[in-house]
Write a protein that binds this ligand. Structure first.
Ligand SMILES: [Zn+2]
Length: 589
């Protein structure tokens, strides 16, 4: 239920605020809202302090249980894997839940995934079938090759490597060329053979077995088909070729089948957008909805998806409409290469760059209920982990929103590597500030983390990661309870503007997640200041003192002081985004 507020727009409000209010009023009228009530004049037109939106772990668990049940019911069809019926059913649940809020519109964004259907690879010589292996992005044989002559490139330093185009000059067109792995790229060998119109290329491994995950580079449909062979089978073919050459006999022949089909498979993201909020300023909050086919994926990542649904419920129920647009993204095909989020950003960059510019922040939630969890915050300021990616500047302010919140409620937290290995990657590559939370996957828990969060040192943070045991039962409720209010808080800080910069006369009732302790004017974030964000919200140094956060001498942050500190930070966040947008504009010109 979306309450509406206020009709009496003071002239001091910004035009953005006035626009938002006008929209809300219209919605209220359509919904038959009781606008004639005289009490509205006393109602403030927006929040005066930031809240968690009342978002709790229990609300997340309600949606998580539904998604878990759907996923389990498709156990025989790949659970919630990107192209399976479990993904479709999960998306239908998401759409229905979003529609039910009444505060969001929802649609699917369809895209295609280049997929490969692989069949057998056989090389039959003298009635004996050798089994080969597929190479990534290599072509297959359109028709089986029958009685094709075998050939090898001239000896180079290190063997018949096929790295030098000149080694192929004696090879007749239509040959099946056998080369050894090594020295140059697979793609170079295939290109050299293609240049002499080879019918196929067989690459003999120089390590035991077939070549695993070997790629020929970008796909080139005019390349000769290619596959790998074991070193032993390669040696058999080289011996046959050499023997025929030595005896000045015709080349030996082979039948070759490399069965492979490239297909474009449609899938989709589910994108929900708040009806309220300034369309010129959009906060995108995302979680991947797809899972792996090895397990139900309840923590990875029904948990983040359920958090987005609970957030949508709370946005709709909240007393005040959001000032900025909130766009919730349920990404598809994350597990096979971040494809949904990458498509989303690439599509905007190509077809609607202005819409990309309107995104002021991206928040990512991928796994929030790991069984052996830590409360991880993406380390945008790189205080613990040097990021292997370029981190947009505003990301540091986003990290501080989370860390300030956790500090304020005395919830210990740790840095999580800002690695670009989840759906925020495409956003940061586009220069959009990003942040998020992560309860951990296959990284092993340290002694220090076990001392802070409990759990088991030396074990993975999520022992069920990508396994059949990633079930509802194995989701750590304590973790979900810790993450949920922070997710609400961050959305509130970013998508709402406070209407009153002054501390309220009497603190509003606070969320249960926020303690109401004794006032402590020197607590973190307590003192209004105009200093840069780095000094306003110092993050704890790497590995230092986080375990002590729960023991700050029995004192804590007064509710209004916490609100004041974050209010100020919100201002810094907004200005940091403005700077970022200019930077991006310059880099595009
Ligand atoms: Zn994930």
């Amino acid at each position: 239920m979306h309450k509406t507020h206020t009709t009496n727009t003071p002239s001091s409000l910004s035009s953005r605020r006035a626009r938002t209010l006008a929209v809300v009023t219209a919605v209220g009228l359509l919904g038959g809202g009781a606008l004639a009530q005289p009490a509205w004049a006393a109602v403030p037109e927006g929040p005066t302090e930031h809240t968690t939106l009342g978002l709790t772990g229990a609300q997340v668990m309600t949606h998580l249980a539904e998604l878990a049940e759907i996923s389990e019911s498709y156990a025989d069809e790949g659970y919630r894997t990107w192209n399976g019926p479990g993904y479709e059913a999960s998306a239908a649940y998401v759409e229905q839940a979003i529609e039910a809020t009444g505060a969001f519109t929802v649609e699917r964004q369809v895209f295609t995934v280049d997929d490969v259907i692989e069949g057998p690879v056989t090389v039959t010589v003298g009635g004996v079938a050798l089994v080969g292996g597929h190479m990534i992005n290599a072509e297959g044989t359109a028709e089986p090759l029958v009685g094709a002559p075998l050939a090898a490139p001239a000896e180079e330093e290190g063997g018949r490597l096929g790295c030098d185009p000149a080694s192929f000059t004696d090879i007749p067109a239509g040959s099946v060329v056998v080369v050894q792995r090594g020295v140059c790229a697979f793609g170079d060998k295939v290109a050299n053979a293609t240049a002499v119109d080879a019918a196929a290329v067989l690459i003999a491994n120089n390590a035991p077995g077939l070549v695993e995950n070997g790629t020929v580079g970008d796909r080139n449909t005019s390349s000769a088909p290619a596959a790998s062979l074991t070193p032993e089978d390669g040696a058999v073919l080289f011996d046959l070729i050499a023997a025929a050459q030595g005896a000045e006999q015709p080349a030996p022949t082979a039948d070759v089948v490399i069965e492979k089909e490239f297909v474009a498979v449609p899938t989709f993201n589910v994108i929900a957008e708040s009806i309220a909020g300034d369309p010129e300023d959009v906060v995108v909050i995302g979680a991947h909805l797809d899972g792996v086919d090895a397990g139900p994926g309840v923590n990875d990542n029904a948990s983040g998806s359920a958090a987005l649904l609970a957030l949508a419920d709370q946005v709709a129920a909240y007393e005040f409409p959001n000032d900025r647009k909130i766009r919730l993204a349920f990404w598809g095909a994350e597990e096979i290469g971040l494809l949904g989020s990458t498509h989303y950003v690439t599509d905007l960059a190509e077809n609607d760059p202005a819409a990309l510019e309107r995104i002021s922040a991206y928040l990512n939630y991928d796994m929030i209920g790991s069984d052996n969890y830590t409360v991880g915050v993406y380390d945008a300021d790189q205080s613990t982990f040097e990021a292997p990616v370029t981190v947009p500047e505003g990301s540091i302010a986003l990290e501080a929103i989370f860390t300030d919140f956790f500090d304020g409620v005395e919830q210990p937290w740790v840095d999580s590597e800002f690695s670009g290995r989840s759906d925020y990657q495409a956003f940061i590559e586009a220069g959009i500030p990003a942040g998020g939370l992560f309860s951990g996957a296959d990284t092993v828990k340290t002694e220090e983390e076990a001392a802070i969060f409990g759990g088991t040192a030396g074990e993975p943070l999520d022992s069920n990661y990508h396994r059949p045991t990633d079930t509802l039962e194995n989701v750590n409720r304590e973790s979900v309870d810790a993450f949920a209010p922070a997710i609400g808080w961050a959305a509130h800080v970013l998508a709402w503007e406070l209407v009153d910069a002054q501390p309220p006369v009497s603190p509003e009732p606070t969320d249960p997640a926020v303690p109401s302790p004794e006032p402590e004017p020197t607590g973190p974030g307590a003192e209004p200041t105009t200093e840069p964000v780095e000094t306003v919200t110092p993050a704890p140094a790497a590995g230092s003192g986080r375990g002590d956060l729960a023991t700050t001498g029995g004192s804590s942050v007064a509710p209004f002081a916490l609100a004041a500190g974050v209010l100020l930070m919100g201002g810094v966040v907004v200005s940091a985004f403005a700077a970022s947008r200019h930077r991006r504009t310059r880099s595009e010109s």
